[in-house]
Design a binder for this molecule. Structure first.
Ligand SMILES: CC(C)(COP(=O)(O)OP(=O)(O)OC[C@H]1O[C@@H](n2cnc3c(N)ncnc32)[C@H](O)[C@@H]1OP(=O)(O)O)[C@@H](O)C(=O)NCCC(=O)NCCS
Length: 157
C-alpha cells in the first residue's frame, strides 16, 4: 500500500507547515533526531538504541512517513511513523526545537501524520515514551493517547 504524495498543510495560529521530508531536507531531520537522542539518553530511564533508524533508510521505506514542521522557512520539528498491514502505526522520533515548544507544532505534526496514516489504511496509532519524559507524557495524553502498557527494564551489567 502506498500512501498519497505529501501535501503541505497549515495548522494553528502561527502558520505551521507540515511537509514530507525528502533527500533535500533529510539533514534537517537528522539534526533534530540527534538532539532528540541526546535528550533521551540524558533521562534516567533511557531507552535502548535498537529502534533508531537512519533518515535515508526511512525515506526508502514505503511504510514509513517522515514529516517536518516549518514555521516560515525554519524547520522546527519532526515526526516519523511506521505502519503495517495489521492497521497499527507506531510513531517515533518526535521532536520540537526547544525555542518553538507549546505553539502547537507537535499537535500539527500528529494531526498531519494521522491524516496520512488513515488514508493509508491505518486504524490505530501508538507512541512510546519514557516514564521520566514528563513533557512527552503530557503531550501524548493531551493529544488523545491513552497509556495502556508498561515496559519493564532491568540493569544486568
Ligand atoms: C513532547 C514535545 C514533542 C511536544 O511538542 P510541542 O510542540 O511543545 O507540543 P504542542 O505545543 O503541540 O502541545 C500540545 C499539547 O500537549 C501538552 N503539552 C505539550 N508539552 C507540554 C509540557 N511540557 N507540559 C505539559 N503539557 C504539555 C499541552 O496540553 C499542549 O497543549 P496546550 O499548549 O494548548 O496546553 C516536545 O516537548 C519535545 O520535543 N520534547 C522533547 C522530545 C520528546 O520528548 N519527544 C517525544 C519522545 S516520545
Amino acid at each position: 500500500m502506498v500512501i498519497p504524495a505529501p501535501e503541505a498543510t497549515t495548522a494553528g495560529p502561527e502558520e505551521i507547515r507540515i511537509v514530507r521530508a525528502d533527500a533535500r531536507t533529510k539533514s534537517d531531520v537528522a539534526r533534530m533526531r540527534r538532539a532528540l537522542y541526546e535528550y533521551l539518553i540524558s533521562l534516567d530511564d533511557a531507552p535502548p538504541p535498537t529502534w533508531r533508524c537512519t533518515v535515508a533508510k526511512d525515506l526508502e521505506n514505503q511504510r514509513c512517513i517522515v514529516l517536518i514542521a516549518r514555521l516560515g522557512d525554519i524547520p522546527v520539528g519532526t515526526l516519523t511513523a511506521n505502519w503495517d498491514s495489521t492497521g497499527w502505526a507506531m510513531l517515533r522520533d518526535g521532536w520540537v526545537d526547544t525555542g518553538f515548544r507549546r505553539k502547537g507544532v507537535a499537535r500539527a505534526l500528529i494531526n498531519a501524520v494521522q491524516r496520512e496514516l488513515a488514508a493509508a489504511g491505518a486504524r490505530y496509532v501508538a507512541a512510546k515514551y519514557q516514564v521520566s519524559n514528563h513533557s512527552a507524557a503530557a503531550a501524548w495524553t493531551s493529544l488523545g493517547f491513552v497509556a495502556n502498557t508498561e515496559i519493564a527494564r532491568k540493569e544486568i551489567g
